[in-house]
Write a protein that binds this ligand. Sequence first.
Ligand SMILES: C[S@@+](CC[C@H](N)C(=O)[O-])C[C@H]1O[C@@H](n2cnc3c(N)ncnc32)[C@H](O)[C@@H]1O
Ligand code: SF4
Length: 465
Amino acid sequence: MSQVNHKNFEWNPKLVDRYNLAGPRYTSYPTAPQFHDAFQSDEFTQALINSNASAAPLSLYFHIPFCAKICFYCGCNKIATRDTGRCEPYLEHLIKEMDLVAKHLDTSRPVNQLHWGGGTPTFLSHEQMRELMRETRKRFNLRDDDLGDYSIEIDPREIEPDTLALLREIGFNRVSFGLQDLNPKVQEAVNRVQPRDMTEGAIIQARELGFRSLNLDLIYGLPHQTPETFAATLEEVIEINPDRLSVFNYAHLPERFKPQRRINADDLPSPDDKLKILEQTITRLVDAGYVFIGMDHFAKPEDSLAIAQQEGRLHRNFQGYTTHSECDLIAMGTSSISQVGPTYAQNDYDTESYEAKIGQGRFATIKGMTLSQDDLIRRAAINQLICHFSLDGDFFAKQHKINFANYFAKELNLLKQHQADGLLNIEGNQLEVTPAGRLLIRSICMVFDAYLDQESIGKAFSRII
Ligand SMILES: C[S@@+](CC[C@H](N)C(=O)[O-])C[C@H]1O[C@@H](n2cnc3c(N)ncnc32)[C@H](O)[C@@H]1O
Ligand code: SF4
């Protein structure tokens, strides 16, 4: 593999080989394995009440866990059904959950961000989608100026000709489409046949309707993919011209995700081929004018994500990168995770027990945690590094009222190895990740993680690349 140097990114095969260990993705710190079941509905209620003092704006997340047809690779929390009637009781419980939240939260706080994820949110009927948004608007202070980020995940196979117009009308202004791969053989093997026209048509329509930050999801590592087939997919994707791209690494864990048992492990690309696909993907997308934001994400330079990174305003949460760090994130529906003040709280995965708990008038929290002062400091350091690839220790010290060199003496010592290997430069209290270190940013963040038990990493987390 060649040594490719591309603007802010460099592919260094020796470093990739050495640092491609298992590690967390840091959509939260501490990561989900630290959540515990002593944090339940009462603790979440208290977190909501406490958060009102900050008057911070809100980010609302709704999980819609239904899919008409299951893609074999899928690792999301979803239910396969063709019966749209199944959504009715679920919607009723989402509305009850909003009532519960509204009982404790100052709902005059503006909703700067709103997201419907899944599953497949557009599995809901048009009337159900209208109802969910209407009921949300009744209880929360949704913005009417189109300046919030109101986004939805869409499976282009699951929309009617007028679905996007309806979504725009009820207040959405951002959209992310699932695509994964355009090669027919790959699509067949994962049970997701989705011709190019379908995706391209949806993108064109969304743009005409005034949706911004149009995103496409791709996955590398799927059955029958080769560097050549994925390069061809990528050329077509560049022609389709989304504003953002997420390129996820497929982790084959059939013991954990049942649908993956329908994928023949012999059809998967080799680890070497996967690395080659990743290398050519980043190189090609950067060449085509996309900014490598880091951790699977790309955006055009004029997109708000790239601008926020440029201006040092990017953050990371359960929805990936976000420009809304100021918000308390209230997540509703099965398996969803809230981030309110210094707490995390996760809902029950199971629809029946979620509905039973909400029906009894309490939150369906199954686990969570309250962060300590040390957790908050480390979360800020990891967030800064993973979003901006640099850390100004002097500025950080003032912000957090610490002596940076003393507080992180152990970490700075450990990072000497990363520095010697060329992943980052340290001068005084200034940390600067190199273009070669950007792809391996998780390995640098892991040094700041106080909970990492090196032995358990391989079991709990996927490989970095
Ligand atoms: C909830 S789905 C997106 C919305 C809609 N259900 C769809 O598929 O179009 C979220 C995304 O997660 C990604 N994904 C799902 N399972 C994955 C896996 N096992 N490995 C990597 N990415 C995965 C896919 O790219 C998918 O588009
Ligand atoms: S990728 Fe999307 S459509 Fe496919 S099973 Fe997963 S959630 Fe459902």
